[in-house]
Design a protein. Structure first.
Length: 249
């Protein structure tokens, strides 16, 4: 690979935009082969060691990208939106956003963890019904569902002519207000139909007022701020890949 400008290498690694990378260079945070980089410097990532804050940057060539994003409300889970709304890719550096796609969907009002990757194999493992990859949510509903109502949802109900798979539903807390109040629940699904949780609780008369995904299979991160992202570790990717092996008979 021929030498290219340092800020381009940083952007292609998905760490920042080129403009942000230029600021890092000016601030002395970027080293090339142990020496502080200057604007206009070039490097070959195959032969030169480029580091930001002491950590060597990864190259995009020959690598797959795996991103964990904590999606805020108000963003659509698509690569582009004909209505001009913000998409989840707007939360990523441009160099990274050009290469990855969301895995599954969270509706515009739903918050929480979302995977984005350019690895179609891992994306299928997370979304394919045969792997039964569990997704865990924190759900706030209006009112206080009875145990009979929750048990109905746990066993499965008919949506669009098909019964939903059994779900894990655990009551977390209840805020009583004159006999009405709100309830927080933990819900774990092994399928992902459109707006499934919202529709399930509408059926029993307790609409969802807040919905947040807190885990995707073995992946969770309670400390990731809303709107922030990070790359998955190698161990996390390997745990996702195990979903396929676990699904084999």
């Amino acid at each position: 690979m021929s030498a290219v400008r340092i800020q381009k290498l940083i952007a292609e690694a998905g760490l920042a935009s080129r403009r942000e990378a230029e600021d890092w260079i000016r601030e002395g945070r970027v080293l090339v082969n142990g020496r502080a980089a200057s604007l206009g410097d070039r490097a070959d990532p195959e032969t030169d060691a480029v580091r930001v804050d002491g950590k060597r940057i990864p190259t995009r060539a020959g690598r797959r990208s795996y991103v964990l994003l904590n999606k805020p409300r108000g963003y659509v889970t698509t690569t582009e939106d004909p209505e001009g709304r913000h998409t989840v890719l707007d939360l990523l550096p441009p160099g990274l956003a050009r290469g990855v796609k969301p895995v599954g969907r969270l509706d515009v009002q739903t918050e929480g963890l979302l995977l984005l990757t350019d690895d179609g194999g891992v994306a299928r493992l997370v979304t394919d019904p045969s792997t039964r990859c569990p997704k865990e949510y924190r759900v706030k509903v209006s009112g206080v569902p009875t145990e009979i109502q929750l048990e109905k949802l746990r066993r499965g109900i008919f949506l669009d002519g098909r019964r939903t798979r059994p779900a894990e539903i655990v009551r977390v807390s209840t805020t009583a207000r004159g006999g009405e109040g709100n309830s927080w629940l933990k819900v774990v699904l092994t399928e992902g139909r459109s707006r499934q949780i919202r529709r399930m609780f509408e059926v029993i008369g307790h609409p969802v007022s807040k919905l947040k995904r807190v885990a995707i299979g073995p992946i969770r991160d309670a400390d990731l701020p809303s709107g922030a992202w990070r790359p998955l570790s190698r161990g996390e990717v390997e745990r996702l890949q195990k979903l396929g092996r676990a699904a084999r008979p």
